[in-house]
Each structure stands twice: as structure tokens, then as C-alpha cells.
Design a binder for this molecule. Structure first.
Ligand code: NAD
Length: 274
């Protein structure tokens, strides 16, 4: 079989970069699609094969840019096997402090960005009667954690979209997988902080996780899930346990989350002493 072709949005950093490394290691041709072109280029420069990778400036909030990336892969290779809709942003803080521009930005990247990837790649995969769409959601797409309400809103949309589309896509020979990790060791843990919240501490404490997940380990698990055509990937194990408890006892988990929000506010929202 010829090498697989793939697009990874947000491929220049973190989970996306790990997916690129794993795909290139298995011999795939990969487009590293990122709004941060220098980051994508730096990643590509450090890859050694056996697959190939090219960096491409793609802002997933632009449907045309995502469509162009898909069209370019199909023009060059005749097919697109794997579409990773992975680019994402986050905000951490009290919802009343979020501007409407921030709400719109997170919806544009995390929801519309995935919609654009599905809209561009899915018809091509239907024509091929093969392919797999992988949408990076989050544990925030399965459970509702406060102080990241905008993020949770978008990631629930991505989980719902992925699981619903999967039931349509099966008849076309196309797979869909939602990736739902808890804290992964990437730069996003320190981004989007509003006020005095500290992302890395918040994400680890909130999910009772001592060490964030290694992105390269996650990427290998994701490719294994694609090979097995699994609907959902949850990492690490504590997150899978938390998800199961949440399904059995949603009221309990909601009370625990409410208490955690109060603790976080008490810890970080005291007036600065200086
Ligand atoms: N790291 C975690 O703890 C964690 C947990 C669950 C889910 N996720 C999700 O994983 C995905 C990847 O996040 P990460 O942790 O690797 O973060 P990251 O910040 O390291 O990487 C995100 C990448 O997306 C790119 N990007 C942002 N906006 C874009 C846009 N408009 N168009 C194209 N690219 C854009 C950034 O330039 C960056 O390279 C996100 O969807 C995130 O929500 C992360």
C-alpha cells in the first residue's frame, strides 16, 4: 500500500507536532498546517523520515484556507487519508471576565475550525470510500469543569459532532475519532490565563493528575485508535475512571467541580499583597 497522506492542523506545536512525528515515523506524507508558520517550519526541519512533511500556513478559521490545504494534498497525491482537526485555543478564568471577542475567537478556532476541516475533507473521503477524521476535543468535551466554561462549550460541540458524524460516515467507509485527553504536557497549559489563574496547576489539580500526559505517547495511542477505528480516545487512565464516575453519578461530580471552582477562586483571587 502506498504511504498515507495526512493533514494535521495546529501541527506546529504540542499534540499536533507529536502526531506529525508519529505519522512521519510510520512513513506518511504529512502537511503541517498551522497559523504559526515558523513553528511548523521548525518542526519539519527537524524531522528525519521515513515519511515526509511540509509546512503550510493555515488559519483554521478560514474555510478557504482549509479547503486549499485539502485540495493541494489531493492534487499532489490523489487522496487524503487522514484529517486531524487538532488546532485549538483555551481560556481559563471567570466567565464574566471573558470578552465577547474571546468567546468568538474560541468558537471560531475550536468549533468552526473543526467544521472547516470536516467540510473540506469529508466529501473527498466519501469519494475515496476511505479515510479517517480525527478531531482533537478534550476531557472538557466529556465533563463540565468551571473556570474553563468557554473551552468546555466548544469541546462538547466537537465531541458531539464527531460521534454523530461517525454514525453517518461508517456507511461511506470513513472513520471518525474524538480525542479526549486530560492535561497533556504542551504549551497550551500556560496559555489563555485570565486574571491570576495558573493553567498548569489548575489543569493538573482539577483532574487529580500528578503528571501531564506525554504528547508523543498520546499520539501513538491516537494512531492505534485510528487503526482500530475506535470512537473516542481518553488519556490518561485517571481520566477514563473520572469519566465513568461522571456518567454514573453526574450530581456528585458536579458538586465536586463546584467545590473545586470555589477552592481555585479562594486560592488565586485574593488581592495581591504587594
Ligand atoms: N494540552 C492539553 O492539556 C490538552 C488537553 C486536551 C485537549 N487539548 C487540545 O489539543 C489540541 C492541541 O493543543 P496543544 O495542547 O497541542 O496546544 P499548543 O498550544 O501546543 O498547540 C496548538 C497549535 O494550534 C495552533 N493554532 C492555534 N490557532 C490556530 C488557528 N486559528 N489555525 C491554525 N492553527 C492554530 C497554534 O499555533 C499551535 O501550534 C487543542 O485542540 C487543545 O484544545 C489539549
Amino acid at each position: 500500500m502506498s504511504a498515507r497522506t495526512a493533514i494535521v492542523t495546529g501541527g506546529g506545536s504540542g499534540i499536533g507536532a507529536a502526531l506529525v512525528r508519529a505519522l512521519v515515523a510510520e512513513g506518511a506524507h504529512v502537511v503541517v498546517a498551522d497559523v504559526d508558520l515558523p513553528a511548523a517550519e521548525a518542526l519539519v526541519a527537524g524531522l528525519t523520515g521515513p515519511g515526509t512533511a511540509v509546512a503550510r500556513a493555515v488559519d483554521v478559521t478560514s474555510a478557504a484556507a482549509v479547503q486549499d490545504a485539502v485540495d493541494a494534498v489531493v492534487a499532489a497525491h490523489g487522496r487524503l487519508d487522514l484529517m486531524f482537526n487538532n488546532a485549538g485555543i483555551t481560556f481559563l478564568g471567570n466567565t464574566e471576565d471573558l470578552t465577547l471577542d474571546q468567546w468568538n475567537a474560541i468558537i471560531d478556532v475550536n468549533v468552526r475550525g473543526v467544521v472547516h476541516g470536516v467540510h473540506a475533507a469529508y466529501p473527498q473521503m466519501i469519494r475515496q470510500r476511505a479515510g479517517h477524521i480525527v478531531n482533537t476535543a478534550s476531557m472538557g468535551g466529556l465533563m463540565a469543569a468551571g473556570l474553563m466554561t468557554s473551552y468546555v462549550t466548544t469541546k462538547h460541540a466537537v465531541v458531539g459532532m464527531s460521534l454523530a458524524l461517525r454514525t453517518e460516515a461508517a456507511a461511506h467507509g470513513v472513520g471518525v475519532t474524538a480525542v479526549c485527553p486530560a492535561a497533556v504536557d504542551t504549551p497550551i497549559l500556560d496559555k489563555g490565563e485570565i486574571g491570576r489563574f495558573k493553567g498548569r496547576d489548575f489543569y493538573l489539580e482539577g483532574q487529580g493528575i500528578k503528571e501531564p500526559v506525554d504528547p508523543d505517547l498520546l499520539a501513538r495511542r491516537v494512531l492505534a485508535a485510528v487503526a482500530a477505528n475506535r470512537p473516542i480516545v481518553i488519556e490518561p487512565r485517571q481520566a477514563r475512571i473520572a469519566w465513568r464516575i461522571g456518567r454514573l453519578a453526574p450530581g456528585l461530580v458536579n458538586r465536586m467541580a463546584t467545590r473545586f471552582v470555589a477552592q481555585q477562586r479562594a486560592g488565586v483571587l485574593d488581592p495581591p499583597t504587594a
